[in-house]
Design a protein around this ligand. Structure first.
Ligand code: FMN
Length: 327
């Protein structure tokens, strides 16, 4: 049997498959099943800054209308945030007590104001690491790219001062300067980067003229964006890389390790095939490694990264040019 162990965020994982943050990772029962399936680690469903602030805004608006005093206002603000936080802290504690695989807590933040306090409380509950899911669509027409990017560095800087467990950043590929941004983030003191998050996208119902939800789950062909960037950035960044989005089978998993990923996160495929599919992916990875006589992941990790390629331009090619003319 080939050795599938890998290192990620300073943790030794028994294999490279991590179950990404999702509805699959918000209960102790599901996470026990995930552990039984052979997955090496789990990222808990995120606690969302936006959701908490929205709930606080709605309650506080009502409180203001009812003529609440400033002290009562502060009390409610504090209580709403802490109630949400308490639920999340209980989940972390229960999951940590129920499983032995590493548990990564996840915060979705859009600003740097509240999170140092929240993150400190969350880390006291004992997760093995913290994944920060930072992203807001760059739709503010008066903001510059560097103002948008500054949010990432501000959050990391504040959190680094407040917590001591490893931090990873789950980012989007929406950036005007993606390669340089990934490199700079990797040097900001974080332990890992998750490339990439996948955002919720709207769709239109053309008979009812309403905005609807589309493509909640990824498709297998979405692998190509993260595959390209993992291949370009691995061997260059100063932190670990977890590949994410579009890994639906052992082939996708193997491709991402060939590109240089330390670990791979999966979600959509498990909604489609059930969490037991992790076992199948691990068996197929084993078979493929035996076929190619690879004894461990480092024997082929990064073998197809851009920095090891004889033709690095292939990874940067973006135009189809002569594709349909036989080339
Ligand atoms: C139903 C659902 C809920 C999700 N919730 C979260 C979340 O709370 N936090 C987060 O960072 N990502 C969340 N994600 C995104 C996934 O973690 C992952 O990044 C995305 O699905 C791409 O990976 P995949 O192609 O393997 O599905 C969610 C995805 C799905 C399908």
């Amino acid at each position: 049997m080939a050795d599938l162990t890998t290192k990620y965020l300073g943790l030794t994982l028994k294999n490279p498959i991590i179950i990404g943050s999702s509805g699959l990772t918000d209960s102790v029962e599901m996470i026990k099943k995930i552990e039984e399936s052979g997955a090496a680690a789990v990222v808990l469903k995120s606690i969302f800054e936006e959701e908490i602030l929205l709930e606080a805004d709605i309650t506080l608006d009502a409180a203001v209308k009812d003529g609440f005093t400033a002290e009562a206002f502060d009390y409610y603000d504090y209580k709403i945030k802490n109630d949400n936080l308490s639920k999340y802290i209980s989940l972390i504690k229960e999951v940590k007590a129920a499983v032995s695989i590493p548990v990564i807590a996840s915060i979705n933040c859009t600003s740097s104001h509240e999170w140092p306090y929240f993150a400190k409380k969350i880390t006291e509950a004992g997760p093995d690491a913290l994944e920060l899911n930072i992203f807001s669509l760059p739709t503010k027409l008066n903001k510059t790219a560097s103002e948008n990017e500054k949010v990432y560095y501000d959050i990391v800087e504040k959190l680094k001062k407040n917590i001591s467990i490893p931090i990873s950043l789950k980012i989007s590929y929406y950036s005007s300067n993606l390669g340089a941004q990934i490199l700079k983030l990797s040097e900001s003191g974080i332990s890992g980067l998750v490339l990439f998050n996948r955002s919720f996208s709207p769709d239109f119902d053309i008979d009812n003229f309403t905005v609807t939800t589309s493509n909640v789950l990824s498709k297998v062909d979405e692998l190509s964006i993260s595959l390209r960037w993992v291949a370009i950035m691995s061997g260059r960044v100063k932190c670990d890389i977890a590949a994410s989005t579009g890994v639906h089978d052992a082939e996708g998993l193997i491709k991402q390790i060939l590109a240089g990923a330390d670990t791979v996160q999966i979600v959509s495929v498990l909604y489609e095939k059930g969490v037991g599919y992790v076992r199948t992916m691990l068996e197929e990875l084993q078979k493929w490694m035996e076929k190619h006589d690879f004894k461990n992941l480092d024997d082929f990790r990064g073998k197809m990264s851009q920095s090891k390629s004889d033709d690095p331009a292939l990874y940067e090619r973006v135009q189809f040019m002569k594709y349909f003319r036989g080339k």
